[in-house]
Write a protein that binds this ligand. Structure first.
Ligand code: FAD
Length: 296
């Protein structure tokens, strides 16, 4: 069995202390949250940080708060808890359902929302849903703090705009208007412990229960170097009355809004065909929910 390389380990109780440690140790240090990704990479010898700074004792980073027409989730909230919070289940059921299909109970009880974002895997479960919800992230270093829309956060596989001395502290999701519905479908070979072959998150807002679509977001996962909006599909929906025919048109446009590769989990043609099917299905479910007036 592979052993972990040697490293110094810190468990600060305050965020300011964590920022200080990162700023003083520079590129030798790494944050550890749930450890489900970083420890695997360290065991494989892909990375060997000399210092690990844990966020586990900074209790504020596990809080969920409602403020200024948005919901703020601390980056250290474990994935299993995401699906348990009433506020999240009722307001953002699409996020709760993505959390439920991530990994296995063992992984969900360690992995955090911040870790799932910063890892920036092209097939990660939470980024597409959070992008469909219009989420932003707060990044803090010793000297500065900034907010970045998740749409602008990812650069490519494993790469983001976060700097080595920054900590992702919060995920901010704006409250959604009435008559909004959303749905997430992850396609895998198995029902658990499976990385998506293709996943689609769709969210639509109607102007009234039987009205037209005033906002639409469709985010595709595992079919490009990072999660991507199906832009032409989103555009064709705006101002239109929902119908099976309209969703078919959007779904066929979505196929060209992504650039899948062939790998062990699926080929290009299969992935594109699945984008079409999952886009159509997620839009139909989102519409059903939006008509009920439920906030997503
Ligand atoms: C068996 C198994 C199954 C899995 N299945 C899935 C799956 O189905 N879907 C899926 O999406 N993922 C899956 N994963 C991947 C992994 O569990 C997730 O990406 C997880 O959410 C990472 O979170 P973590 O808290 O464990 O991060 P860590 O491993 O602690 O950290 C990951 C990276 O993010 C950085 N980081 C973490 N938190 C912060 C922060 N707040 N600020 C700055 N940097 C930070 C770390 O420095 C590190 O580089 C699986 C992993 C395993 C081992």
């Amino acid at each position: 069995m592979l052993l972990l390389p040697k490293f110094d380990y810190y468990e600060p109780k305050e965020l300011t202390e964590a920022c200080r440690l990162l700023s003083e140790t520079g590129s030798k240090a790494k944050i550890i949250a749930g450890g489900t990704d970083i420890l695997v990479n360290m065991k494989k010898g892909l990375i060997s940080p000399k210092v690990l700074v844990s966020l586990g004792r900074i209790s504020r980073l596990s809080e969920v708060e409602r403020m200024n027409k948005s919901i703020t989730i601390g980056s250290h909230l474990i994935i299993a808890k995401l699906a348990e919070f009433d506020l999240i289940r009722k307001r953002f059921s699409i996020l709760a359902s993505a959390a439920k299909v991530l990994g296995s109970p063992l992984v969900r009880n360690r992995a955090t929302i911040g870790g799932n974002i910063v890892t920036a895997r092209p097939a990660a479960d939470l980024p597409p849903v959070l992008m469909a919800l219009g989420a932003k992230v707060k990044l803090k270093s010793r000297r500065s703090e900034r907010e970045v829309a998740l749409d602008d956060f990812f650069i490519g596989p494993g790469a983001t705009v976060i700097k080595p001395d920054e900590i992702l502290t919060r995920v901010i999701i704006p409250e959604t208007p009435s008559y909004t519905g959303g749905h997430y479908i992850k396609l895998g070979h198995r029902k658990a412990l499976e990385i998506a072959i293709v996943a689609v998150a769709s969210k639509i807002t109607l102007n009234k229960p039987d009205g037209v679509i005033k906002d639409a977001k469709i985010v595709l996962s595992a079919v490009a170097p990072k999660a991507v909006h199906a832009k032409s599909a989103e555009e064709v929906l705006i101002g239109e009355k929902p119908s099976a025919k309209l969703f078919e048109e959007a779904a066929s446009l979505a196929m060209n809004d992504c650039k899948p590769i062939t790998d062990i989990r699926g080929g290009v043609d299969y992935r594109q065909a699945m984008v079409e099917i999952l886009t159509r299905r997620t839009l139909s479910f989102a519409w059903k929910e939006a008509k009920k007036g439920k906030k997503q």
